[in-house]
Ligand binder design. Structure first.
Ligand code: 6R9
Length: 636
């Protein structure tokens, strides 16, 4: 890190880590001055009080995120490729240079401005990964509007809820999506959502396919309108702490939370982690295969790589389309240097065998990354040995929507990597001191603020404080559990709250229960996550029917699946639905999820003390029903 030259006593990576934590303000001030282009310099590096939920970085400073991601690279290397759009159809990639991306962004910025979008507004983007989606995000940043990208796999209801909560008056979408050779009617989903969103005044529609869609009075053809706009768009001067984006994520209640990230701190953190965790060098091709609808897509397909003037891949397809060699054929064709993906995909590909990997030349690969859920040793070893031919470091990266960027990961520090461990805190990150001895297990807390962290929950600062700041005063509570080895390395063990992780996608069990409970035949329900060999976790639902319910259980299962898919998304659908007479409850009426979890994990010895249960016989009945439903095999 060139700016570390001025840091006293810093001679290697580990002393730099120590410096960054004990001299946090000097560290971040130097990085912010060195790595961001400011319109006006900041006067205060940080003003934070974790116990009060007050987090402010680089106050007094003004900048524009799109200028940092585009203009400054256009000044030095306009013809460098910024985006490689790896479309669903293999071999049909489209490259977009920094000059072209700036032009696209400016036209779109002008278009949004002409249609009344102002600084402080929030635009909802419902698009698959594509250059126009990135240009939409950057156009918002250019004119000072916040964006709210909603994963294009979410249903109309889920989209509507997020549009309403964000109070968006503008939505940007595409006519249709294309994934694994199948067309999805994204515009139709937007139409259905917008019906329930009185705030929406206009919908911009880009054409991903040539098939026309019905346009309503609110819709406009985005690409046609963009052609009428100027290619120069004056960037808005934004304060460091103005909102850059909202991104909805699941928590332990039924209502998703709009996590808020701001301008300078987020961008700096995304850029620095991208550069050092993956040891990204100028000219490298960075391949993050996450969807832009998740935080990984925001930080490592868009903001981190573009802030660093990098070349980044936007992946529209799936790991097994048209066959299980897709990722590695793409690595060969695009000459990818860093590949960043999810354990669930690695586990899936491992089952198809090594030949799908070995067919392709992967000699360009330098670093392999993993994100989204714990990576089991078998998957880690296979990723390292087969995909990376044993020569590329595998970095397991732990972080969350709330942390903005990677917080715990083996690199940039140079020594050994233990398979399946996130290991070491990144610069400026100090995991909690609640438990000081090693080895230790406990709640993963971060003891000091960092620039990339979330600032609040949109319209609900109280929930932010209660969720993250109050459980361990003075610390940021992540919701995850961690183990720290005797060497002081961290391993993330999973969520401590009622959030589950299905194929790397976060979902609150309460969100699914809320939908299931809307079914007129259902009296109550409890959703539990269970270990699943490929998805990481699967969804197991216990349902108690109303006394007078007369539908067949099979029909009801189908109906409940449809409801979850319609109200949330397909990935949240139950793998198992078990109908029971009653749920195990404490005498005060709380459902004992711990007991249900033990039943689905087949750990009957671990059921523990059942004496506080209102009706212990309920458990026997549930064990019996689970056996009948899942047979002797592990549920899959
Ligand atoms: C980036 C992202 C966050 C939750 C997080 C944790 C789990 C993410 C992990 C991991 C173990 C890793 N998680 N990375 N668990 N090892 N390397 O995934 O954000 O969608 O908000 O999910 O995912 O449980 O709390 P998000």
């Amino acid at each position: 890190m060139p700016e570390a030259v001025g840091f006293e006593g810093v001679k290697d990576c580990s002393s730099l880590q120590e410096f960054s934590v004990s001299n946090s303000a000097s560290f971040w001030a130097a990085a912010a001055r060195h790595r961001l282009s400011w319109i006006k310099p900041f006067h205060t590096v940080q003003d934070c009080d974790l116990s009060l939920g007050r987090i402010k970085w680089f106050e007094g400073g003004q900048l524009n995120v799109s200028v940092n991601c585009l203009d400054r690279h256009v000044d030095t290397c306009p013809e460098r490729v910024a985006l490689i759009w790896e479309r669903d159809e293999p071999g049909s990639e489209i490259k977009v240079t920094y000059r072209q991306l700036l032009e696209m962004t400016c036209r779109l910025g002008n278009l949004l401005r002409r249609h009344g979008v102002k600084k402080g507004d929030c635009v909802t983007i419902y698009m698959p990964p594509c250059p126009l989606a990135v240009a939409s995000m950057l156009a918002c940043a250019r004119i000072g509007a916040a964006h709210n990208v909603v994963f294009a796999g979410f249903s109309a209801e889920a989209l509507a809820e997020r549009i309403r909560d964000a109070q968006s008056s503008t939505v940007i979408t595409v006519n249709q999506g294309v994934r694994a050779g199948k067309v999805t009617e994204l515009k139709r989903t937007v139409d259905a959502a917008v019906k329930d969103c009185p705030s929406v005044q206009q919908v911009l529609v880009a054409m991903r396919t040539e098939n026309p869609v019905t346009m309503t009075a609110k819709d406009m053809d985005m690409e046609e309108e963009m052609l009428k706009e100027d290619v120069v768009c004056e960037p808005e001067a934004m304060d460091s702490e103005d909102v850059l984006f909202l991104l909805y994520t699941s928590g332990s209640t039924g209502k998703p939370k709009g996590v808020v990230h701001t301008q300078a701190g987020y961008l700096l953190y995304a850029a620095l982690t991208h550069r050092y965790v993956f040891s990204y060098q100028d000219g490298d091709v960075f391949g993050c295969v996450a969807d832009i609808g998740w935080i990984t897509g925001h930080s490592y397909s868009v903001y981190g790589p573009l802030a660093n003037g990098g070349t980044t891949v936007l992946f529209e397809s799936t790991p097994i389309y048209p066959d299980p060699g897709r990722y590695w054929e793409m690595v060969q064709r695009l000459k990818i240097n860093q590949f960043y993906g999810a354990p669930t995909a690695i586990r899936l590909l491992l089952k198809y065998g090594d030949q799908w990997v070995q067919k392709y030349d992967r000699s360009t690969l330098k670093t392999l990354g993993s994100v989204g859920e714990p990576i089991n040793t078998e998957a880690w070893e296979w990723y390292h040995r087969v995909v990376g031919d044993g020569r590329c470091p595998v970095v397991d990266t732990w972080w969350q929507t709330e942390t903005g960027g990677i917080c715990i990961t083996p690199r940039p520090s140079d020594p050994e990597i233990v398979p399946g461990m996130a290991m070491r805190p990144f610069f400026g990150i100090k995991p909690g001191k609640v438990v000081t001895s090693n080895p230790a297990s406990g709640a993963l807390c971060l003891a000091q603020p960092w620039p990339g962290m979330a600032r609040t929950i949109h319209n609900n600062h109280q929930r932010f404080i209660e969720t993250y700041c109050q459980p361990y005063p003075g610390y940021f509570f992540t919701g995850d559990g961690a183990y720290r080895s005797k060497e002081g390395y961290y391993q993330i063990t999973g969520r401590l709250d009622d959030v589950i992780n299905v194929s790397g996608h976060r979902i609150g069990t309460a969100e699914i229960e809320d939908v299931v409970n809307q079914c007129s035949a259902v009296a109550e329900s409890a959703v539990i996550g269970y270990s699943h060999d490929i998805k990481g976790q699967g969804v197991y639902t216990f349902v108690v029917l109303k006394k007078d319910a007369d539908d067949q259980e099979a029909d009801l299962s189908q109906q409940l699946n449809n409801m979850v898919s319609k109200n949330i998304a397909k990935y949240a659908c139950p793998d198992f639905i078990q109908f029971v007479q009653r749920l195990p409850k404490t005498r005060s009426g709380k459902i004992m999820r711990r007991v249900l979890r033990k039943v689905v994990e087949r750990d009957l010895d671990g059921l523990g003390d059942l004496s506080t249960l209102d009706d212990p016989a309920a458990v026997q009945e549930i064990i019996q029903g689970h056996r009948e439903l899942c047979g002797k095999q592990q549920p899959s």
